[in-house]
Design a protein around this ligand. Sequence first.
Ligand code: ADP
Ligand code: GLC
Length: 487
Amino acid sequence: MHIAFVASECVPFSKTGGLADVVGALPRALAALGHQVSVYVPLYRQTKLTDAQTVVRSITIPFDDQYRFCSVKTAANQPGIRFNFVDFPEYFDREALYGTSAGDYPDNAERYALFSRAVLEASKVLGVPQVFHCHDWQTALVPVLLKTLYSEDPAFKDTGTVFTIHNMGYQGLFPSDILPLLMLPWDLLTMSKMEFFGQVNFLKGALVLSDFITTVSKKYSHEIQTTEYGFGLEGVLRGRSATVAGILNGADYEEWSPQTDKFIAAKFSAQDMAGKQACKQDLLKTFGIVGAKEETPVIGIVSRFAAQKGFDLITQVMDRLALEEMILVVLGTGDKLYEEMFQRMQKQFPKKVAIRVAYDNAMAHKVESGADMFLMPSRYEPCGLNQIYSLKYGTVPIVRATGGLDDTIEPWDATSRKGTGFKFTEYNGEALLATIRHALKAYRDQGSWQTLMKNGMGRDFSWNASAREYGKIYEKVRQARMAIAPA
Ligand code: ADP
Ligand code: GLC
């Protein structure tokens, strides 16, 4: 089948988080199953292409004030996968993808509306897929356009849509006067469509108008149908529960494996763990921690500093955590509150706490390989990839039992020697601290800790099984589409 991925980021061309990892890896797993995949992403300043070719010279996107004209380039194609980049420098040749520390770019609605519409128009030239597989609010207008302005377009009569929610916390909320600017019909501004407390909600549009909805773990697919995790859209999702599925993300082990990782100090595997110690020393050096004892456990964090990730809990217990026999290394950027909190702790405990405020892929690999434990106490986590990567590196995850964290980490039981990590359920600092202490204590029994590490290293979260599940959903959508499409 021909599937078109539409997304706002994709490794190795652009990335702010796990969405890019997924859009970079899942097409390869689908191509391996025999599907033909086109990937559409914006051409950002951070996107580095060699030998790009312009394949669509000019696409006219009507806006109420004036027409905008973009083009499409292709590059880096692989067997079964074609990458298409929507080029409109005025919108995408910017310092960041979505915004800076000053806030989101004020024209994000226009930027991603142009992108979504350009994808539809480009596909008419480059090949209309059977299914558009769209990801997150930035691409939500693809299903909306197909069910409204493009509903009579014969080019799309056999085309269905699958929409994957990677994060309910980001919905694309805009003032209602955006609709006429984007030339979208006013009747979208109703409660049964895109209206949300007087505003226009892009994500809601996709949840109402896509043929099928998926999210990135089973547990999260249930959680988002509740008030606690639904961010106000739980009712919409409950209304569509027959066409909502949770499919766990995979890990790209070509990128994230201690046996082949090109960013780490020494390679290692479950059979030969010697290299992990070298990685740990390298990590401590990189983070400027000197004089640490070899047997002191290192806890690593690699994260966006966002409320989602549980940093308020870490803040609550940080003073007491710093008194434990451990070292904490933190790689992240985002909310200044947390950058400053870790910087204060680093000043106070220079031998025990180190932070690097950066977005640095090589360093992320060093943390994954060199730490003994990986901390991810998220308030909510649709899937989470870092804990899955950690398992492969023998870096034992300490997580909150939510979303994909709960689905991927099995609690360690020292008696049966089963399990892969440590988890807690109650969202409070005391539960977090108790769980970290439990892990630090378990670490002292190095014999059983080796078993715990190896349990995790033996888990297989490769994409193949999930790609097959997506394949089944595409097929379902295609058949349903064929059944209703006019001859
Ligand atoms: P989310 O998408 O919510 O941020 P995930 O765990 O799914 O969470 O994915 C995060 C991805 O972003 C991982 O590949 C992780 O290594 C990467 N990442 C996050 N913060 C940084 C950082 N500061 N430097 C480098 N990579 C980072
Ligand atoms: C989102 C989620 C994260 C998930 C990623 C990829 O950014 O926060 O949990 O792993 O998307 O699906």
